[in-house]
Design a protein around this ligand. Structure first.
Ligand code: NAD
Ligand code: TYD
Length: 334
């Protein structure tokens, strides 16, 4: 089988390629990535020499290129996106261009190439937010109520993906995953930012609504679920992927302080994120009942292993750290 993975020089995409090449050593993978600030060849270093792997630098919004790289491809997995809410607040336009228009162009190329599956990577954030004590979880059939520019761009992309399915019979699947953590996460997301700050002896900035929660999943649980959807999922269907493990910002901070042996004085409170979503939680009943998936990586164990990875791989994140922090120069969230 030949896969086109987009955004494979970023956090989840690179972990997916690493996972796939190990599990299916005969499959071929082409990685199409624009190498934005979040995409780096260093992230793909350990598998870049694999003879079944090739890299193409380019934009998913380039139809000519997308058609070219789609030749002979059976399955497309679209990870490429602008992915950080804080950046979307400062520059929403690029989120719409990449996440919506880019996805449409990739779908167009996939339609023309008659691929057997187009899998689109989406997020729990398309459903909007939940109250901190609300007793429900988002189901696949729930209405999209995005509240941030990033979430809105992801929700719009999902609609375009489904439009290509209904209108052109493109065999698509979509997965909505909760917040991932693990190695190679750009040091702008909460866990990777906090860990790298603490390793550097810096305080960690908790946004003012520090009781807000996210559902955290180790990145290889996400990869396994996508694998299963590609193998057993039905075209035209959407699947939620979540762990059920909810942690507030405060709890994330406290766990990381404990792992790294730092006192509570390393926490500081900074101005809140604009439009800060309180909470997301996914129901995984569908993927569990229909495909037999369940998460297997324990949060505490893999959080600790992730911290160790950042301690041992400073070559990877250190060159990114200053640039990542520049985003907050004007917001006071440093
Ligand atoms: P990331 O920002 O680490 O990586 C994104 C990658 O896409 C980078 O390598 C970047 O260079 C590439 N890219 C960006 N624009 C591109 C373009 N126009 N053409 C080609 N490549 C481009 O993101 P991530 O955290 O790995 O997220 C991957 C996907 O998973 C995204 O679609 C995101 O919305 C989704 N997702 C992420 C999470 C999470 O917790 N990180 C949770 C659910 C869903
Ligand atoms: P983030 O990792 O940016 O993911 P998302 O916004 O996609 O859920 O943020 C997760 C939570 O952590 C969110 O409630 C905002 C909070 N947060 C902080 O408190 N401090 C930070 O420096 C960052 C980046 C996030």
């Amino acid at each position: 089988m030949k896969l086109l993975v987009t955004g494979g020089a970023g956090f989840i995409g690179s972990n997916f390629i690493r996972y796939w090449l190990q599990k299916y050593p005969k499959d071929k993978i082409v990685n199409l990535d624009k190498l934005t600030y979040a995409g780096r060849l260093e992230t793909t270093k350990d598998f870049s020499k694999n003879r079944n792997y090739s890299f193409v630098k380019g934009d998913i919004s380039n139809l000519k290129l997308a058609k070219e790289v789609m030749k002979g491809v059976d399955v497309v997995v679209n990870f490429a996106a602008e992915s950080h809410n804080d950046r979307a607040i400062q520059d929403p336009g690029i989120f719409v261009r990449t996440n919506v228009l880019g996805t449409q162009i990739l779908l167009e190329a996939a339609k023309r190439a008659k691929v057997s599956r187009f899998h689109h990577i989406s997020t729990c954030e398309v459903f909007g937010d939940l109250g901190l004590n609300e007793k429900r979880a988002f189901k696949e059939i729930d209405a999209f109520r995005p509240r941030t520019p990033y979430n809105a761009s992801k929700a719009a992309a999902n609609h375009v993906v489904m439009a290509y399915c209904h209108t052109f019979n493109l065999p698509v699947t979509i997965s909505h995953c909760s917040n991932n953590f693990g190695p190679y996460q750009f040091p702008e997301k909460v866990i990777s930012r906090f860990v790298t700050n603490l390793i550097d002896g810096e305080k960690i900035p908790l946004y003012k609504s520090s009781q807000n929660k996210r559902e955290y999943i180790f990145v290889d649980d996400h990869n396994e679920a996508v694998d299963l959807i590609l193998k057993k999922g039905k075209a035209g269907e959407t699947y939620n992927i979540g762990s059920g493990v909810e942690k507030s910002i405060e709890e994330i901070a406290d766990s990381l302080l404990a792992i790294l042996g730092k006192p509570k004085t390393f926490k500081k409170y900074v101005p809140d994120r604009k439009g800060h979503d309180r909470r997301y939680l996914l129901s995984t009943e569908k993927i569990s009942k229909e495909l037999g998936w369940k998460p297997k990586y324990d949060f505490d164990i893999w959080l600790e292993k992730t911290v160790t990875w950042y301690q041992n791989n400073q070559w990877w994140w250190r060159p990114l750290k200053l640039g990542a922090e520049k985003l907050y120069d004007k917001t006071g969230q440093k």
